[in-house]
Ligand binder design. Structure first.
Ligand SMILES: Cc1cc2nc3c(=O)[nH]c(=O)nc-3n(C[C@H](O)[C@H](O)[C@H](O)COP(=O)(O)OP(=O)(O)OC[C@H]3O[C@@H](n4cnc5c(N)ncnc54)[C@H](O)[C@@H]3O)c2cc1C
Length: 358
């Protein structure tokens, strides 16, 4: 076979493109990844947290009992393959920010909700934090080591000649019913895992994206124990480098650019000063835009008219847990025509996507 002839072109190597290419590799499906290396894409700014519960009412996340164990196994397998710790199982120490949040938590506890318990020995955290309303525990939670995993998979792909580090120019794509050409590459299929760029991509811009911007600080806090995640109105997560913690975040729906804002810097610094009892130093401030969707469900599947052009996107705030499961499902769909989860299958937008390309 001509080496420029591929079965699949995968556009993007954030978490979605990483897992799509990983499962193609596992399944022996011929592919090439084209990724524009940008440092501030969400997969490179995210903390990598998988939290099994969400919101003020402490509800279990969607498909928790399927998606989270699947993600844990997928990260472990990829970590073993790349010889690095890709995921750490941990717990979230949840400092109740007010009596109402405590009440919600206790209500869920009384209903015997999974994942949550009350910490009896509250005093254990007094040397490090200020808190008044008690502490809940959420476990298991996970930290995915994206800062190690994504570059390691990138290096592997490069070594195997399976990666082009460049921007794919969508207008230069030649999409024919039985093949796709992009410069010297011919493929049967192309899947966009292009994150927020998907909202301006002529094939998929009509999907109901709801992009939102989020920010984080990296702080140096050498006295803070690194065994857990900590949550009050913000989250603190230990990074692989000792003494360094990620902290965030916010949700900005109306934004002009992807840059960090002074407002977040100030409010996050203030919150940390009130919350932490130990010295800390801010070492970085990052921002990125989440590829979120109106329905809060990912987009997976193939275009109704250009049926060899696909998408894996819309991971919103939960790329770390959703991307492995739905990348795997998309590979099974491609290989064995297995159905996709109806809530993510873009065939639900058949009518709108059948309009002329934007
Ligand atoms: C502050 C913040 C904190 C977050 N924290 C968490 C968290 O703790 N846990 C969690 O699960 N999620 C978190 N998220 C959400 C998570 O980051 C996203 O869900 C996830 O990264 C989306 O991954 P993706 O691969 O779909 O898209 P992206 O990360 O955007 O990757 C898309 C890739 O495609 C490339 N690309 C785009 N267009 C082209 C083109 N034309 N040619 C070539 N390459 C192209 C981009 O350069 C990029 O590399 C957070 C997000 C933010 C902003």
């Amino acid at each position: 076979m001509n080496s420029n002839k591929k079965k699949i072109i995968i556009v993007g190597q954030g978490i979605s493109g990483t897992f799509l290419s990983w499962f193609c590799y596992q399944a022996g499906i011929d592919f090439i990844v084209i990724d524009e290396p940008r440092p501030n894409v969400p997969s490179r700014v995210a903390a990598g947290i998988i939290n099994p519960v969400t919101g003020r009412r402490v509800v279990k996340v969607w498909l928790d009992d399927i998606i989270i164990p699947f993600a844990e196994r997928a990260y472990q397998a990829m970590g073993a393959f790349l010889n690095l710790p890709a995921i750490t199982k941990t717990a979230i120490v949840d400092f109740f920010p007010n009596p109402f949040m405590k009440e919600s938590f206790l209500k869920k506890l009384a209903q015997k909700e999974n994942y949550i318990s009350i910490l009896e020995n509250e005093a254990a955290y007094a040397p490090y934090f200020n808190y008044e309303f008690g502490i809940g525990m959420i476990e298991p939670a996970y930290v995915v080591h994206l800062q190690q995993l994504l570059p390691a998979w990138n290096a592997f792909l490069k070594k195997q000649n399976l990666l082009l580090e460049e921007t794919l120019d969508v207008s230069a794509l030649e999409v024919h019913p039985d093949h796709i050409r992009y410069n010297a590459i011919t493929a049967t299929t192309l899947v966009f895992c292009d994150g927020t760029a998907g909202a301006a991509n002529p094939y998929f811009s009509l999907l109901p994206f709801a992009l939102n911007k989020g920010e984080a600080l990296l702080i140096e806090a050498p006295d803070l124990p690194s065994g857990h995640l900590y949550k009050k109105s913000m989250l603190l997560a230990p990074m692989a480098e000792p003494g360094i913690f990620w902290t965030g975040t916010n949700y900005i729906w109306d934004f002009e650019d992807e840059n960090p804002t002074a407002a977040f810097y100030q409010s996050a610094t203030q919150t940390l000063k009130q919350w932490l009892n130990i010295p800390f130093k801010i070492v970085d401030h990052k921002a990125s835009v989440r590829p979120a969707t109106v329905e809060r469900r990912p987009f997976a599947g193939f275009h109704p008219v250009h049926t060899n052009v696909g998408i894996l996107n819309g991971m919103g705030t939960k790329g770390c847990s959703l991307a492995p499961y739905f990348a795997h499902q998309l590979v099974e769909h491609l290989r064995d025509q297995r159905p996709l989860q109806p809530e993510v299958d873009i065939s639900r937008f058949k009518n709108i996507l059948s309009r002329p390309l934007q």
